[in-house]
Design a protein around this ligand. Structure first.
Ligand code: FAD
Length: 468
């Protein structure tokens, strides 16, 4: 028999938008790596801010916990509920374009719009929204905001926070706060929108966002280089930045294991450099003019890099197809690693100059703790952000591999702390990094808890995420 709450919810969002069967709920309860499986009373699919507001009023009155979910691509278990009493509010039906203003260079969208749909709208209008992640076909802008997502364009354009002008948020008591301005300047007290960016669904449900957009670059120059180490790669990055004014929009490094795994597990993957190297660098420039001088200048820098042995090889993409082939290597690393079994993922950042040292020291730790485990190391060197992922070795079962996770993480964490880095540069805290957050950021967590208490006194919004 249906309980009263379900009946009231059905009155708000309609019966067909309340998913109750295990079959209907399943895809919302398993995260991307199949690492966490949750439970929920129902998945709710509202269509408007008003409906979200009525749902939260109902939940607040009845002390019911609720977790917002976008595209379910989060990597720290934050978008899933783990009790059969809880509800998930999926924003997947809220994907309207509210406004698009080319002169103002802003767009306003509902929060359930996929990142790839935002890209398509911009593309049609000869504009660009530069947030770019390998999960862009599935993740939503609401999820990007709630996790302050990074990706491959941060070096030049910044992360999601930097690309956001305003938000509309529904608070735990159902009240709607409209911070949806498209102003570039607005110093009128605390920046409340910044409180919700990166709050992982614990302070409010983001229902709409106003975003900064940019003119679409006329030309992109993509190339793949190889180098001996992250240190040499960083030298090359600084050499480029010192010598050209053409915007350098991506600078991604990948170790040989990452590339090998993609070549082995992804159909059609091609490495355009014939000589094997320890490290590869994907480099992309974006230019607003069809500028042959820029190409000459870039060639000059590459030649200088080769001459000084800072890089060992370089291949330019001379068509869109080739550029896509190069990007496929980078974007398929996570997918390819998944095919080799379980993994222990670390999304770390350290000061940029210390990336090389971090990787060398971390490699020693891993080789000692889990001999034979492959280190799949790649990331955004220009942001000091490295995805340091360990693959399950063939000689270990998944259970035995995960038993080694805790001591390994502890050792990596002390290295990160010693090097003044962050244990979660892009992905957030969710449930996975809660203990680390408490250990390392105890004083900050106290302040976060007091903010949480004032905005969500009954603790109904995504409870148990970030902190207990
Ligand atoms: P979800 O996974 O559904 O939710 C994530 C968190 O946000 C949860 O805590 C949830 O409660 C909250 N949330 C979701 N929607 C809302 C809302 N409307 N209001 C309030 N809270 C909400 N991340 C990066 O930063 N950089 C990368 O380069 C990157 N690459 C990835 C590559 C792959 C292959 C995959 C699978 C993931 C990657 N991620 C990356 C992680 C993930 O895609 C991002 O965290 C993304 O921003 C999550 O968006 P989502 O819509 O899937 O959110």
């Amino acid at each position: 028999m249906k309980n009263n709450i379900i009946k009231k919810i059905e009155e708000i969002i309609g019966k067909k938008n309340v998913l109750l069967s295990s079959e209907d709920k399943s895809k919302y309860l398993v995260e991307w790596r199949n690492r966490y499986t949750g439970k929920a009373q129902a998945i709710l699919r509202p269509k408007s801010t008003k409906e979200v507001s009525l749902l939260l009023k109902l939940f607040n009155k009845n002390n019911i916990s609720v977790t917002p979910q976008g595209g379910n691509t989060g990597l720290v278990g934050g978008q899933i509920t783990y009790s059969s009493k809880d509800f998930i509010v999926s924003l997947e039906r809220m994907k309207k374009l509210i406004s698009f203003n080319k002169i103002d260079e802003t767009m306003v969208v509902q929060s359930g719009m996929l990142l790839s749909e935002i890209h398509a709208i911009c593309e049609e209008n000869d504009m660009l929204f530069p947030l770019s992640l390998a999960s862009e076909g599935s993740c939503t802008i609401g999820g990007n905001l709630a996790t302050n997502a990074g990706g491959v364009g941060v070096l030049y354009y910044g992360n999601t926070r930097d690309l956001t002008l305003g938000l509309e948020v529904v608070l735990s008591d159902g009240s709607i706060i409209n911070l949806l301005k498209t102003l570039k300047k607005d110093n009128t007290g605390y920046s409340l929108k910044d409180l919700f960016v990166g709050s992982e669904g614990t302070l409010g449900i983001i229902t709409a966002a106003s975003l900064k957009i940019f003119p679409k670059p006329r030309e992109k120059f993509t190339f793949l280089a190889s180098s001996r180490s992250p240190k040499k790669s960083l030298e090359f990055l600084r050499m480029i930045q010192k010598n050209t004014s053409t915007p350098l929009t991506s600078f991604e490094i990948m170790n040989n294991n990452s590339i090998e795994t993609v070549l082995k597990n992804i159909n059609g993957a091609i490495l355009p450099i014939s000589e094997e190297a320890e490290w590869y660098i994907l480099i992309e420039f974006s230019s607003y003019e069809k500028n042959l001088d820029a190409v000459d200048k870039i060639n000059e820098i590459v030649n200088l890099g080769l001459e000084k042995k800072i890089i060992s090889n370089a291949v330019f993409a001379n068509s869109k197809k080739q550029s896509k082939q190069i990007w496929n290597l980078r974007e398929n690393i996570s997918e390819a690693q998944k095919k080799d079994g379980a993994s222990i993922k670390n999304d770390i950042s350290v000061p940029i100059f210390a990336v090389d040292e971090f990787i060398r020291k971390a490699d020693l730790i891993v080789s000692k703790e889990i001999p034979k485990a492959k280190k799949i190391t790649f990331g955004h060197l220009g942001d000091g952000n490295i995805h340091y992922n360990i693959s399950q070795p063939e000689n270990l079962s998944q259970d035995s591999f995960f038993k080694l996770e805790k001591p390994l993480r502890e050792k990596l964490l002390s290295l990160i702390v010693k090097m003044e880095g962050s244990f979660s540069a892009e992905h957030g805290i969710g449930i996975v990094r809660k203990k680390d957050a408490l250990k390392i950021k105890g004083d900050e967590i106290k302040i976060m808890k007091s903010i949480k208490k004032s905005l969500d006194p009954k603790n109904i919004l995504n409870p148990g995420k970030i902190f207990d």
